[in-house]
Design a protein around this ligand. Structure first.
Ligand SMILES: Nc1ncnc2c1ncn2[C@@H]1O[C@H](COP(=O)(O)OP(=O)(O)O)[C@@H](O)[C@H]1O
Ligand SMILES: [Mg+2]
Length: 406
């Protein structure tokens, strides 16, 4: 500030400066962005999910399209909507009704129709982490949660990032829609305003996914934790067990919890790691990102051993690196992916999430490709991008199945 007044004193009548111009540009740009966002996604908009064609449903459920047609001709299972051309489509609620119907109708295959976990199979808590912003943590979390829900699992998505991009993808604008004490902070805070986990969970428009939204309030946990530690919170209330404790309250309701971690290794991330049964480290295959990942890994390892020394068990069924925003035609990227595979072998998922303008564009309107109609993008671009996301998520689904000893 002193520098500012000194500068103003020596140039009392300066003409409109570069600073003025830039400040004006910032203002123009921000108001333009606001109106573009409001046009694409007005604050009052309620998200709804499209219906799915019988071909898509057949794939999700694992039966043939012909079999689905026969069922509906026989008047069995949910009644699909019929379009003019005789095409059948199902809402996601109906897809799940169909799963329940099929698991009763063909009990030998019940597990494939209704893959939710059995009593002896433990809840999977998957932390998606990396402190590099832009490594596609949120996108990966979203696509994983939606893929699992489309395939019949009961999913809880937890937005631990104060920037709340995951909540935004579910149609919540953190500044309008998420009030005080409505994030995970409400269920892990130290003072008397603490609430039960159930009170901060909300249903979403996507059948099978519930959400704990985020907003800036989550930062409070980073500020309050050091103070609480001074006052000596121990045992099951010690800071790093709080996320796990909150999730344990609702354990019976879900098969998989997907946690979108904040882009730093603070107390929230430590809590998520302690709660996790698996960790996905997203990585954009560029040299700068790989360099920062090595720091991330070092710090994570340090933190994990501190948690273990303090008596916290880290019980990870799997840790995998997920290559994201991958351009398979880019030679330097190919070299980095090869390097990662050379170093970490099978800990790198075989499938990579391909970079696609379809995914980036869908993100602008707060949608995933699962939500868009195939026709809305151009079939080949849509199919290519979705195939790569499905391959990544299918591999993760396989790892979950393995953790359940299926
Ligand atoms: N496979 C992809 N292809 C193209 N763009 C992507 C892809 N994955 C993510 N993005 C875009 O990259 C940006 C950063 O992704 P995001 O998931 O928000 O990262 P993070 O949560 O790690 O900060 C977003 O604009 C997102 O739409
Ligand atoms: Mg994010």
């Amino acid at each position: 500030m002193e520098v500012m007044s000194a500068l103003k004193a020596v140039a009392p009548n300066h003409p409109p400066s570069a600073a003025d111009r830039i400040a004006r540009h910032a203002e123009i740009l921000s108001s333009q962005l606001r109106s573009m966002r409001d046009a694409m996604f007005p604050p009052t908009a309620q998200k709804t999910l499209r219906s799915f064609s019988s071909g898509e449903v057949a794939r999700f459920v694992g039966v043939s399209d012909g079999y689905l047609r026969q069922l509906s001709l026989d008047g069995l299972g949910p009644v699909p909507a019929l379009s003019g051309g005789g095409r059948r489509s199902y809402s996601l609620e109906q897809v799940n009704e169909l799963r329940r119907f099929l698991s009763g109708h063909r009990p030998k295959e019940a597990l494939s129709f209704l893959p939710r976990r059995r009593e002896h199979e433990k809840l999977q808590v998957i932390a998606v982490a990396n402190f590099k912003g832009g490594s596609a943590k949120t996108t990966s979390s979203l696509y994983l949660a939606q893929y699992l829900a489309l395939h019949g699992y009961r999913v809880l998505a937890v937005d631990l990032d104060p920037q709340a991009s995951l909540s935004a993808m579910f149609g919540h604008q953190p500044e309008f829609d998420i009030g005080e004490n409505e994030t995970l902070y409400g269920a892990i805070r130290y003072d008397g305003d603490r609430r039960s986990m159930r009170e901060v969970i909300r249903p979403t428009y996507f059948d099978g996914i519930d959400l704990v939204p985020g907003n800036l309030e989550l930062m409070e946990f980073e500020h309050e934790t050091p103070r609480a530690m001074m006052q000596g919170g121990r045992g099951k209330d010690v800071f790093f067990r709080r996320v796990a404790g909150a999730i344990a309250e609702v354990e019976a309701d879900y098969d998989v919890v997907v946690v979108d971690c904040p882009p730093q290794l603070g107390f929230l991330t430590v809590g998520a790691l302690n709660a996790a049964t698996a960790m996905l480290v997203t990585i954009h295959p560029q040299m700068v990102d790989v360099a920062s990942m090595s720091q991330f890994l070092l710090m994570t390892a340090d933190l994990m051993s501190v948690i273990e020394d303090a008596g916290g068990r880290l019980d990870l069924d799997f840790v995998r690196y997920v290559v994201t925003r991958h351009d398979p035609n880019d030679v330097p990227e190919a070299q980095i992916v090869a390097l990662l595979r050379g170093l970490f072998a099978d800990d790198v998922l075989a499938a990579t999430a391909w970079k696609s303008t379809a995914i980036a564009n869908a993100g602008l309107t707060k949608q995933s490709l699962y939500e868009l109609d195939r026709g809305a993008v151009g079939r080949s671009a849509y199919d290519r991008a979705l195939d790569s996301m499905n391959a990544v998520n299918g591999e993760i689904e396989g790892l979950i199945g393995k953790a359940w000893a299926r």
